[in-house]
Design a protein around this ligand. Structure first.
Ligand SMILES: *Cc1c(COP(=O)(O)O)cnc(C)c1O
Length: 375
């Protein structure tokens, strides 16, 4: 089965092999050396002042960011399930909560965020997804972050990059905390969450809040290449292998370029089939199609073509399908998937099969190669 869900994403063979070794004890010079190398690679990926690895799913990093960086009231942007989660975390942590809510295809605007901050001066942190995975939406986080800092540089900006870090370059100039998770763009099994932190965040953390997710406790240990609690050793070994491989294969910029090119070519191919891309501002992490036959298309993809794509949740259940674009994806695998979507439409009597999906995908994906030919 081809796994094409936007998390978990497939774990490449080289990463599985790297994680197949004997279990290392985490308090050993051997593991500490691996931890140190992984930290260095993460500094390159995040481009921030500090990085922290946590043994938890992505939600643990969200909770850790909220409790350590928000001391009064959190503003969360709810254009989907993950944005909504930030508000739930704030309430569960006894913090004040203000929410900007939109339909799942609609990104937040700079204007409404600034207006909300002015109306609620007790807000001391804003949490937003870069890529909101519920509908495959891209929020204009960099612009919003700059506007927040112009209102008050003390307001913390928490950016959930769980389906954005490793997908596209992120300008962290005005971002205080950037989150990533192992099972999405980093192509690993679930269980490792990562926070990138800027200097203002480090200052605000002070002696930290919470116990397991206390960032001050973690930072004190991680700068010495160890962890406060038992490290997710196997996943950290896998992460080191993934980041090294990306660098060996031409670096992060090349990965971002290929991802952008693949997502754009897939978008055009889906449009050429008469399908509609759901979000008004699509993220590069996934291709989300809203369609009355979404459930039927998904089940044909699975049964007839061995491709697993994700559906929608809550009110979008049965109304959308989401195709992953994160990670090291072979162009022939996404081409197979787009061709399968075209065949599914033919099977449903929607349009005759004529190979449009692959023609449009290939023409666009390989456009830069064709255009760069010199002979
Ligand atoms: C997957 C995801 C998370 C974290 O979910 P977990 O299941 O806890 O790993 C958070 N934010 C976004 C945008 C995600 O896609």
């Amino acid at each position: 089965m081809l796994l094409f869900t936007p998390g978990p994403t497939p774990v490449p063979e080289f990463a599985r092999i790297a994680m197949a070794g004997e279990t290392l004890h985490h308090r050993t010079p051997e593991f500490e050396a691996i931890f140190a190398q992984t930290r260095e690679l993460l500094f390159e990926l995040f481009g921030m002042d500090e990085v922290v690895m946590l043994a938890s799913s992505g939600t643990g990093a969200m909770e850790s960011a909220v409790i350590n960086l928000c001391h009064d009231t959190l503003l969360n942007i709810n254009s989907g399930k993950f944005g909504e989660r930030f508000g739930k975390i704030a309430k569960a942590s006894g913090l004040g909560s203000v929410e900007i809510r939109h339909e799942w295809d609609t990104p937040a605007t700079v204007g409404e965020v600034v207006e909300t901050l002015k109306k609620h001066p007790q807000i001391d942190a804003v949490a937003i997804q870069i890529s909101e995975s519920a509908g495959g939406l891209r929020h204009p986080v960099e612009e919003i972050a700059a506007a927040i800092k112009a209102v008050d540089p003390k307001i913390m900006v928490i950016a959930d990059g769980i389906t954005a870090v490793g997908v596209e370059p992120i300008d962290t100039t005005h971002i205080d905390c950037l989150l990533a998770g192992s099972q999405k763009a980093l192509m690993l099994p679930p269980g490792l969450a990562i926070l990138g932190l800027g200097s203002a965040a480090l200052e605000k953390i002070g002696s930290g809040r919470g116990y397991y997710f206390n960032l001050a406790t973690e930072i004190k240990n991680q700068v010495k290449n160890t962890t406060a609690w038992t490290a997710a050793t196997t996943l950290i070994i896998g992460l080191k292998a993934v980041l090294q491989k990306i660098k060996e294969d031409g670096g992060f910029a090349k990965l971002y370029d290929e991802t952008a090119q693949r997502a754009e070519a897939a978008h055009l191919a889906l449009n050429a089939l008469g399908l509609h891309i759901y979000p008004t501002a699509p993220a590069k992490s996934m291709s989300t199609v809203d369609d009355a036959d979404a459930s039927a298309i998904r089940s044909i993809l699975k049964k007839d073509f061995g491709v697993n794509v994700a559906g929608g949740q809550d009110h979008l259940a049965g109304k959308i399908f989401r195709i992953n674009q994160m990670g090291l994806i072979e162009p022939y695998e996404i081409a197979w998937t787009l061709n399968a979507v075209e065949l599914a439409l033919a099977k449903l009597g929607r349009r005759a099969y004529d190979g449009t999906a692959n023609r449009v995908f290939n023409q666009n994906y390989f456009k830069s190669i064709v255009e760069n030919r010199t002979e």
